[in-house]
Design a protein around this ligand. Structure first.
Ligand code: PLP
Length: 477
């Protein structure tokens, strides 16, 4: 930590505020680490050559905001709850105001370094609540059994396929046998496998607009023509797709909570979409990335549960319920596609996902821990979501309106029309926040502006209030 704020002649702020700002910056930038002891009042005041009371005012503010924790005679420590923010590699790459929106799509792929989520990071489950002890116990048991040291099956580890089929039947209303479930390393690998198996390269595909950027990016890389179909309050505008892009052979949708707006595809639209696919002989990819997390009423059944014509290919991931570092996702296909998918797996998947992790995940699901964990996270996320919404509420008059949907793992904050959400997200990332703009996730015509913020890793209302206040300062800077 820099120890001479009193010597900055260009800084007109009172001394205690300068000291406060320096310590806070040292914590946020990681020079002072979580759990590290800070100097005593007397020692620090002596080093700075200022009165003890001046340092005390700064420390008290940091204690009040949760940066520091007083542990009586043991001293004062940096809170373990504070994740240092660091300038993300992608933030620097996307730093130019001339960055076109589609280049800024890289923003979604912010990686967590050292396992610490960036403030308000999207797309992560609550990493602090992952049952590590239980997971370690299951992992140790698998390591001791020789079975999981063999070469994995390309379509997935049998017991995991069984556990997933049973879970999907119970929780998502999907009627599928284990051999219809294919295990892959990630959602984008699911897309590659499906496009390869169904020989869809060269065809055109409806993609929701706005949407999760990797969907359109992956489809383009796989040689499909992306056709942007707008999303309204009922989800994908099927009529628009039929009128403008009747030639499409594929539609990729997020029916439970549209990514990123959070709206659910209404029953009428679901039926229209299934009818379109049935009549056209087209395929629907259902990306059910976080369907489990709904806070009002029950989770909606998957679109796949209505699929009487066998046109829906269901994609799920363990990234949202367990953790993204696991790299396990899955595809469920109609019975008629099983032989084709088997072949494509052998061509594309090159040896499958690590069997040890598949075996641990299988046991975790089969023993009921998965369902219990989802239930616990649903309650926790409802609380953490309310904290973020409450922290944002005072900023409505500044043009930020929280748009609460029934489910999902992030909040969408509508931003007043005269504010530039793209520039705001850039400023936020420069300040260390993993906040995304709605505009960067849009492929077609400009429209509604907004910011997306993750709430799953917020631990207290104090933390939510502090982060939002800091974010707002960064946005207004
Ligand atoms: C809309 C959407 N689909 C799918 C995924 C899953 O991706 P993966 O399986 O690569 O973790 C995510 C992750 O953030 C997502 O937001």
């Amino acid at each position: 930590m820099t120890k001479s704020p009193a010597q900055d002649p260009s800084n007109a702020a009172p001394l205690h505020e300068q000291i406060y700002a320096r310590i806070r910056a040292s914590i946020r930038q990681g020079q002072l680490k979580p759990g590290q002891r800070v100097p005593s009042l007397r020692a620090f005041a002596g080093e700075l050559g200022v009165a003890r009371g001046t340092v005390q005012v700064a420390y008290e503010r940091l204690l009040g905001e949760g940066y520091l924790i007083a542990r009586g005679p043991a001293g004062t420590f940096v809170s373990e709850q504070i994740a240092p923010s660091r300038p993300h590699r992608v933030a620097a790459a996307a730093g130019s105001s001339r960055t076109p929106p589609n280049q800024e799509l890289t923003e979604f792929s912010i990686e967590t370094e050292g396992g610490i989520p960036a403030p308000l990071q999207l797309g992560l489950p609550a990493l602090d609540e992952f049952p590590r002890k239980l997971w370690t116990r299951l992992m140790a048991r698998q390591v001791r059994s020789a079975g999981s040291l063999t070469r994995p099956a390309s379509a997935g580890f049998g017991p995991l396929r069984e556990a997933l089929a049973a879970y999907l039947q119970r929780s998502r209303g999907i009627d599928a046998q284990p051999h219809q479930v294919f295990v892959v390393p990630a959602y984008t690998a699911s897309l590659a496998l499906i496009v390869d198996a169904l020989r869809l390269a060269g065809e055109s595909a409806w993609v929701e607009d706005p949407s999760y950027p990797p969907t359109a990016q992956s489809l383009r890389r796989l040689n499909l023509q992306v056709r942007n179909v707008p999303v309204d309050d009922h989800g994908l505008d099927v009529d628009f797709g039929c009128q403008h892009f009747p030639e499409a052979r594929l539609a990729v949708v997020t029916p439970s909570h549209q990514s990123p707006t959070g709206v659910a595809l209404t029953l009428q639209r679901r039926v229209e979409l299934l009818d379109w696919a049935g009549e056209r002989g087209a395929w629907i990819i259902e990306d059910d990335y976080d369907g489990e997390f709904r806070y009002r009423g029950h989770p909606l059944p998957a679109l796949k549960s209505l699929d009487t014509c066998d046109r829906v290919i269901y994609c799920g991931t363990l990234s949202k319920v367990l953790y993204p570092g696991l790299r396990l996702a899955y595809v469920v296909v109609p019975q008629s596609l099983v032989p084709t998918m088997d072949l494509a797996c052998r061509r594309t998947v090159h040896g499958g996902c690590p069997e040890l992790l598949q075996a641990v995940a299988a046991e975790f699901i089969a023993q009921g821990h998965f369902a219990r964990h989802i239930k616990r996270m649903r309650t926790l996320y409802a609380r953490r979501r309310a904290m973020l919404a409450e922290a944002l509420a005072p900023y409505k008059t500044d043009g930020f309106t929280v748009c609460l949907q029934d489910g999902g793992m992030h909040l969408l904050v509508d931003v007043r029309d005269d504010l530039d959400d793209l520039a705001m997200a850039r400023r936020a990332r420069e300040a260390g926040f993993a906040v995304h703009s709605l505009t960067a996730w849009r492929q077609g015509a400009p429209g509604r502006r907004g910011l997306m913020m993750g709430f799953t890793n917020l631990r207290s209302q104090t933390e939510a209030d502090r982060l939002v206040a800091e974010l707002m300062r960064a946005l207004k800077a």
